[in-house]
Design a protein around this ligand. Structure first.
Ligand code: SF4
Ligand code: SF4
Length: 241
């Protein structure tokens, strides 16, 4: 799979559909149902590995469209490119040819966020279709944007089955491992990107299951296998090691 720099840019908005105007009322802390953990994890892995769009019940929230994010566009995203204002697009440094960056406007918002709504919703970039702030609630990683953090605090997963609880434990173990093993990610800067740590915690969670090592029938120590699982996910999803 190719590099996934879109997620490295920390967000980008799943996109508020026309008709869902407005933002989250300041200070609102009404809990939001995030679904059962096992189902969420399964669908999120499909999003991470196969670009299956995320179906986030965002309601009236549009926090990730207006919190000073820069979005990466992949070379093939013609429909989005046509509809995004040229003056906000630039070549993405450090990425393969063809990748672009979409900047934010003087509001700190995406330039096509109009009246609280995504004005190009049907053609929005892939990063907007795949972003899901529930990943922070699932991993316990704190977002680096206050407004997103407020929304994240509202999500409530359900853990009714043993599988829900086991998978959550795997994800948390993966995140802990990443933080305790600085060599997993080659660059120090990568550890400072909450979205990267959260994404890799989800992507590599299977290596942290109780039976993962035995299932691999490997003589390699479990710790080493886990290290490889995280490093490989980082390489696959973010491309820069
Ligand atoms: S393109 Fe639409 S969904 Fe994406 S950040 Fe901009 S306003 Fe939000
Ligand atoms: S911050 Fe979360 S809930 Fe709000 S628009 Fe973005 S993905 Fe949806």
């Amino acid at each position: 799979m190719s590099a996934r720099p879109s997620h490295e840019t920390a967000g980008g908005g799943s996109g508020r559909a026309p008709g869902s105007a407005g933002g989250l009322p300041a200070g609102s802390a009404t809990p939001l149902l995030a679904g059962d953990f096992a189902t969420w994890l399964q669908t999120t892995c499909a999003t991470l590995w196969r670009d299956v769009p995320a179906a986030v019940p965002c309601g009236s929230c549009n926090a990730c469209c207006r919190t000073y994010h820069q979005l990466h566009l992949r070379p093939g995203e013609k429909a989005a490119r046509k509809r995004l204002p040229r003056e906000y697009l630039s070549v993405a440094r450090g990425l393969p040819p063809g990748f672009l960056v979409l900047g934010y406007d003087e509001r700190g918002a995406c330039p096509v966020l109009l009246d609280g709504r995504c004005s190009i919703y049907e053609d929005r970039p892939l990063v907007c279709r795949t972003y899901d702030c529930r990943i922070y609630a699932a991993t316990g990683v704190a977002p680096d944007r206050d407004e997103i953090a407020r929304q994240v605090r509202r999500w409530r997963f359900s853990y009714e089955t043993a599988q829900d609880r086991e998978l959550r434990a795997e994800v948390l173990a993966a995140v802990r491992f990443i933080r305790e093993h600085p060599g997993c990610l080659r660059s120090r800067a990568a550890y400072e990107q909450p979205i990267r740590v959260a994404t890799l915690g989800v992507a590599a969670h299977e290596a942290f299951g109780e039976g993962a090592h035995a299932a691999a029938r490997s003589r390699v120590p479990a710790e080493q296998l886990r290290f490889f699982a995280v490093a490989n996910a980082n390489e696959e999803l973010f491309g820069d090691g």
